[in-house]
Design a protein around this ligand. Structure first.
Ligand code: NAD
Length: 436
């Protein structure tokens, strides 16, 4: 099939590339000329495991191309995906200006019927409103379907290729059938292709993200309670997780969720509720608990160093909002760095992929280290903010030698507290009792 994807971010570039890999002819469109020029030369603007190889192969084989021209990019396409950003706008709701702009441009250049598919996460009613706006402009009939994306950054290719389910909101059966044909190669026998109304499809994405965010805020609140009463959240997790109604997934305590999805989607859901005069008490609490959790590590550092924190050097391992991505949008590590800088502390950081993005924000206010051990040299404490695999089994002897004081604050409970105590570290995780 001939496909166009508008927006070459984490979602659009993965979507376009994986569809090309399954044999479709794909044109990816972005309004940022620099990005498109880079992609044409094989420069991948984001870090996503496995993506670069796939982009290179499919570009070389002629199935994947890039352009800034929307008119040119969509001309041949039967299906046009919209994967532009929908960031948080004023009053917490989603900023849909990108979606409206793209819809208008598509309607203006439409010469034959096409299926427009909204991949971006958008509030309920966007599909209908986009169709209404486009109808005022377009000279030919078209369809607008909704197909929310559930991939996880850091495992995006894998998620796209093996989705748990594909959700499609369509008003006409032919449209759903066409999308089914496109997705069939990715659907294993036990994975459903779910057709529903566009409104339900739009809502499904918010309900999924709100529930996932709720699980994180829930376990974080419970972890803090464990800590206050001397219980151990790791033991409690085992105690609850074997209950099949509960399970283990997405119940890891930490320093709060970040990224470009959960924070803004929870707030957009709150906005959807309040716009209808309805309460959104659960979601408001989820957001509030999460924002507070992002300050937990700073609180621990302050309690440990007291007034001396201002003259301390703190090393931070992990800056991306989660491992295996370079995405730092709403990352908890940045909240910690801001608080440390405000306190006057010196900050040394390491992340395997996110340093260029962090440098763009902090410039020379903090020190950047290519290697994890470089960051802890002469530091008074190490903080782990993101659980990259390479932090899981370091040489603790080397670490003890390099750190000025053997102190670790672990925001992701990567290490075993008993082992850390045996190795002579002062160690604090999230929701753990004092080292025994
Ligand atoms: P992103 O910010 O990484 O990328 C968006 C891209 O769209 C950018 O390259 C931007 O230049 C381009 N763009 C914006 N307006 C444009 C226009 N008018 N014409 C052409 N290009 C334009 O965003 P993302 O993380 O890929 O997210 C895209 C959407 O998918 C959002 O709605 C997001 O909520 C949703 N989503 C994201 C993820 C994720 O993990 N990132 C997962 C599921 C859903």
């Amino acid at each position: 099939m001939k496909i166009a994807v508008i927006g070459t971010g984490y979602v659009g570039l993965v979507q376009g590339t994986c569809l090309a890999e399954s044999g479709n002819d794909v044109v990816c469109i972005d309004k940022i000329a620099e990005k498109v020029e880079g992609l044409k030369r094989g420069k991948i603007p984001i870090y996503e495991p496995g993506l670069a190889e796939l982009v290179h192969r499919n570009t070389r084989d002629g199935r994947l191309s890039f352009t800034t021209s929307l008119a040119e990019g969509i001309r041949e396409a039967e299906i046009v995906f919209i994967a532009v950003g929908t960031p948080q706008g004023d009053h917490g709701g989603a900023d849909l200006s990108g979606v409206w702009a793209v819809g208008t441009q598509v309607a203006e250049v439409l010469e034959e019927p096409k299926i427009l598919v909204i991949k971006s996460t958008v509030p309920v009613g966007t599909n209908a409103e986009l169709a209404r706006r486009m109808k005022e402009i377009a000279r030919v009939p078209f369809d607008v379907a909704s197909n929310p994306e559930f991939l996880k950054e850091g495992a995006a290719i894998e998620d796209f290729n093996k989705p748990d389910r594909v959700v499609v909101g369509a008003r006409r059966e032919e449209v759903a059938d066409k999308l089914h044909e496109l997705y069939a190669p990715f659907l294993r026998t036990d994975r459903p292709f779910l057709v529903m109304s566009p409104e339900s499809a739009e809502m499904t994405k918010y309900v999924a993200n709100c529930l996932l965010a709720t699980k994180i805020s829930f376990i974080n609140e419970m972890a803090n309670l464990c800590e206050a009463y001397g219980a151990d959240i790791n033991e409690v997790r085992r105690g609850i997780g074997h209950d099949q109604r509960i399970g283990f997934h997405f119940l890891h305590p930490g320093v709060g969720y970040g990224g470009s999805c959960f924070p803004k989607d929870v707030r957009a859901a709150i906005h959807m509720a309040t716009s209808k005069g309805m309460p959104a008490r659960m979601m408001e609490s989820v957001d509030e608990v999460n924002e507070a959790q992002k300050h937990v590590l700073f609180g621990k550092l302050k309690a440990h160093f007291k007034d001396a924190l201002g003259s301390a050097t703190i090393a931070v391992w992990g800056l991306a909002f989660k491992p295996r991505t370079d995405d730092i949008r709403e990352a908890p590590a940045l909240v910690l760095i801001d608080a440390l800088l405000k306190e006057g502390a010196t900050v040394r950081v390491h992340d395997p992929e996110a340093i260029p993005n962090v440098k763009a924000i902090y410039g020379d206010k903090i020190a950047y280290c290519d290697r994890p051990y470089g960051a802890i040299e002469q530091a008074d404490a190490l903080v782990i903010a993101t659980e990259w695999n390479e932090f899981r089994n370091p040489d603790f002897e080397v670490m003890r030698r390099l750190l000025r004081q053997p102190v670790i604050f672990d925001g992701r409970n990567v290490y075993d507290p008993a082992r850390m105590a045996a190795l002579g570290f002062a160690y604090e995780g999230i929701g753990l009792p004092p080292c025994r």
